[in-house]
Write a protein that binds this ligand. Structure first.
Ligand code: ADP
Ligand code: 3PG
Ligand code: MG
Length: 391
């Protein structure tokens, strides 16, 4: 999959470049961007700096939360503009509206290398409708369109999708990276490829697992989603929540040929808030227990398999990481992979969070900014935001 790279856009001096970014980050209770929550903002800095250095006038479009088509101060991009300004070491202007007189005026006043951010595009009722008329209103603000919002590219929305019909469209540097790394894990992985899938629900990751059965040597399961698979295999997971509606789908997997690997032991407790868990073999889980983490034997088993991998793709934690008593399985694999020679590609909100908390993000080859977008990409779907920027 080749992208139309920003480097092919020609001379950018004085050009108004409209850039769609994904700045959808969680805010703290007092409405600021949390210290370890700015990953998505940090990752767009290279594209923005590239444009500044080329003398472009940079106009950023982003959404925050789901304000449902009307202005709501709770979802203002103001704290995001502040953080971006700190990261760039440069003033970032924020227009008080998405489109309108004020925005046109501000765009008109931009000098080469200036950065302007439009207010939350989802304050406009037509953003989520992928509306051509609104997309045109955005498009007239620029000469070129750059999509650097991989994490929002699964949404067919005006500033991600329709706008690309009205301007020459290019992929930003982050977008290029996302497609390169996630695309290679899926289409031309270094072999053997080992995939780790964990997290909350098998229903949200079923298609991804299925798609990886075509290319991965092994698929290691963990987290709450493994409990549904264990149940199908006839292994009791006590009172752990499972998804019976997924049994039929899970049964379609060849669970006997060792490609899909499930935990052999776990850390159990009677409630999620427990201070300490009980480690035991799968098969010895008690009826009143929840399986909340993978156990040390599973960690060893998984590390052994990972040792022979040339490429590792990981999404989803191995346990209830919000409780330190059940974060050890995930943390062990993070440490192991941080020291691995294999090419390591990771994604997913919670998975990335724990890696950043452990300050090991630089030890991974690639960390995706995508949540839902990454999963859909890895399912093999064509994302609406990528249509015009793929050659
Ligand atoms: P990601 O965002 O990284 O893709 P998910 O959203 O699928 O991951 O799942 C992350 C959530 O799954 C975390 O909040 C974690 O606590 C929860 N989780 C993982 N394993 C378990 C488990 N065994 N029991 C309960 N919750 C779990
Ligand atoms: C995300 O956070 O996954 C993207 O920014 C998309 O947000 P949405 O799920 O509200 O469309
Ligand atoms: Mg998540």
């Amino acid at each position: 999959m080749k992208v139309k790279a920003i480097k092919q856009a020609g001379n950018l001096r004085g050009k108004r470049v409209l850039v769609r970014v994904d700045f959808n980050v969680p805010l703290t209770k007092d409405g600021k961007v949390g210290q370890s929550e700015d990953f998505r903002i940090v990752r767009t800095v290279p594209t923005i700096k590239y444009l500044i250095n080329k003398g472009a006038k940079v106009i950023l479009m982003a959404h925050l939360g789901r304000p449902e088509g009307k202005p709501d101060p709770k979802y203002s991009l103001s704290p995001v503009a502040k953080r971006l300004s700190q990261l760039l070491g440069k003033k970032v202007l924020l227009s008080p509206e998405v489109v309108g007189k004020k925005t046109i005026e501000l765009v008109g006043s931009l000098k080469n290398g200036d950065v302007l951010m439009l207010e939350n595009v989802r304050f406009h009722p037509r953003e989520e409708m992928n509306c051509k008329r609104f997309a045109k209103q955005l498009a007239v603000l620029g000469d070129i369109y750059v999509n650097d919002a991989f994490a929002a590219s699964h949404r067919a929305q005006s500033s991600v999708c329709a706008i690309a019909e009205f301007l020459p469209a290019y992929a930003g540097l982050l977008m290029e990276d996302e497609i390169k790394y996630l695309g290679s894990a899926l289409r031309k992985p270094k072999k053997p490829l080992v995939v780790i899938i964990g997290g909350a629900k098998i229903s949200t990751k079923m298609k991804v697992i299925k798609n990886f059965t075509k290319v991965a040597k092994r698929i290691l399961l963990g987290g709450a989603l493994a409990n549904t698979v264990l149940t199908v295999m006839g292994i009791s997971v006590g009172k752990s929540p499972i998804e019976p509606e997924m049994f039929a789908e899970v049964k379609k997997f060849k669970l006997t040929d060792n490609q899909i690997v499930v935990p052999v032991d776990g850390v159990m407790a009677i409630k999620r808030e427990a201070k300490k868990g009980r480690t035991d073999a799968m098969g010895d889980v008690r009826q009143n227990e929840l399986v909340l983490d993978i156990g040390p034997d599973t960690v060893k088993l998984y590390e052994n398999i990972l040792k022979s991998a040339k490429m590792v793709m990981w999404n989803g934690p191995m346990g209830l990481i919000e409780n330190p008593a059940f974060a050890k399985g995930t943390a062990s694999l993070v440490k192991f992979l941080a020291n691995s020679k294999a090419e390591t590609i990771v994604g997913g909100g919670e998975t990335v969070q724990i890696i950043r908390k452990m300050r090991l993000e630089n030890k991974f080859n690639f960390i995706s900014t995508g949540g839902g977008a990454m999963l859909e990409f890895l399912e093999g779907k064509k994302l609406p935001g990528l249509k015009k920027i793929i050659k």
